[in-house]
Design a protein around this ligand. Structure first.
Ligand SMILES: *Cc1c(COP(=O)(O)O)cnc(C)c1O
Length: 415
């Protein structure tokens, strides 16, 4: 039996090499934040930078700031800061648009690169937006492509046959936190002559990723989750060097042109990663994100991963020993190699209400329909004591059934 005392949690905090990073975030008093996998908290540096950008760069500098404050360089500069977190070279990563839009671009391009093949392989459990976009691309092309929804992740390798043009997968599943084998599945795709696109929304900033070593074709991902860029912060896009020669992504806006300010009559794609831009970058959001990414300075991704696994192991063990009889079922893999940085349980009837009752107690997790309670563990600012207090509150809510009150059952729009 492991030591379940608060003192034991506090001792782990004393040995935590990332503990000092917590001071770089603004975390409200009385809140235990276990939802950084959905919206990262505000870094002090981002708050200061937004103020600077609004009042000085925009307020005083006006349009001159596109050059003087280097606004025009933000997509590449931010791409270069994300690159080491995903195992990429700076010239292969750019900040642009939203994850959904970036998927549209790279999937359209990838299908154009495999014109004789008609199958796209994905998972039924994939984040719905990714599958909606894939369906949209298929309709738009009108060439009879077929989206294959693999039901069980164990069947993915077998589904990737010689008719497959593109495989679109999310590295860490948004519901159960299962991590797929990026190296193995990328190899399967390539062995079958297909291309692969990885969505890193729930893994960038949560676990080490090595796109270059895995030889991935394209990747996309969010910056407002584990990268703490702020609500609706722009996304990122990775393209392998061999895919920078095509210049064929379909959203060929002026920022994707080789010289946007030449205002030429015809489109000539940029020869580099800029070809994946579309229109004018959102400077205010980009400035916040640029500053938020500085939090990663000096962070070892190995330390990050070790702490992530320790936090999730600890959470699972505490829940299972303190509230075994309340109907919570773990759906996150116990195997470290298949686990991201969030943990999910299902509950037969109280999922939404239990989370609502927990939030009322200052512990913020989230609910994912139809029955999932989801908790994110973000090693930069989550402590072992946080985990202990969160489980303590959850246990009390379950023991006393406080969640079963009308106020906690009323659903809000965003869950
Ligand atoms: C959060 C998430 C997205 C979000 O996409 P947006 O276009 O930024 O809204 C996409 N894919 C996955 C897997 C996600 O978890």
């Amino acid at each position: 039996m492991f030591d379940q005392s608060l003192t034991a949690a506090q001792e782990q905090d004393l040995n935590d090499r990332l503990a000092a990073k917590r001071d770089e975030f603004i975390l409200p008093d009385g809140v235990i934040y276990l939802d950084g996998n959905s919206l990262g908290p505000l870094p002090h540096k981002a708050a200061a930078r937004i103020h600077q950008t609004v009042s000085h760069e925009w307020g005083d500098g006006l349009i001159r700031s596109w050059n003087d404050a280097h606004w025009v360089d933000l997509p590449r500069k931010i791409g270069a800061k994300i690159a080491p977190l995903i195992g990429a070279s700076p010239e292969n990563v750019i900040m642009a648009d939203q994850t959904s839009v970036n998927l549209f671009k790279v999937l359209s391009l990838a299908l154009a690169l495999r014109p004789d093949r008609k199958k796209i392989v994905t998972e039924r459990r994939n984040f719905p937006s990714d599958n909606y976009i894939a369906e949209g691309v298929i309709k738009q092309l009108g060439q009879g492509h077929e989206l294959i929804h693999v039901e069980d992740p164990a069947d993915l390798h077998a589904a990737i046959d010689d008719d497959v043009a593109v495989v679109v997968l999310t590295h860490v599943n948004y519901r159960d936190g299962r991590m797929l084998d990026m190296a193995g599945l990328t190899k399967s795709a390539h062995d079958a002559g297909a291309l692969i696109i990885w969505d890193l929304a729930h893994s960038a900033g949560a676990t080490p990723i090595n796109l270059a070593a895995c030889d991935v074709d394209f990747a996309i991902g969010c910056t407002y989750k584990y990268l703490n860029g702020g609500p609706g912060a722009p996304a990122f896009l990775y393209a392998a060097g061999r895919h920078l020669s095509h210049g064929k992504q379909p959203l060929s806006g002026w920022f994707a042109h080789q010289s946007p300010f030449a205002f030429e009559a015809d489109f000539t794609p940029a020869p580099d990663i800029n070809q994946f831009l579309c229109g004018t970058p959102p400077v205010l959001s980009a400035a916040a994100l640029d500053a938020a990414l500085d939090v990663w300075e000096g962070v070892s991704l190995q330390d990050l991963r070790a702490k992530s696994l320790a936090l999730t192991d600890y959470f699972i063990a505490l829940i299972e020993s303190r509230c075994p009889q309340h109907g919570l079922t773990l759906i996150t893999p116990r195997d470290h190699g298949s686990r991201g940085s969030h943990v999910s349980f299902t509950h037969p009837d109280g999922g939404y209400a239990i989370i609502a009752a927990l939030i009322a107690e200052g512990v913020i997790g989230d609910f994912r329909a139809p029955d999932i309670l989801r908790f994110g563990f973000t090693p930069l600012y989550t402590s072992f004591s946080d985990v202990w207090h969160a489980v303590d509150k959850l246990t009390a809510i379950l023991d006393n059934k406080t969640w079963d009150q009308a106020q906690f059952h009323a659903r809000k729009v965003v869950t």
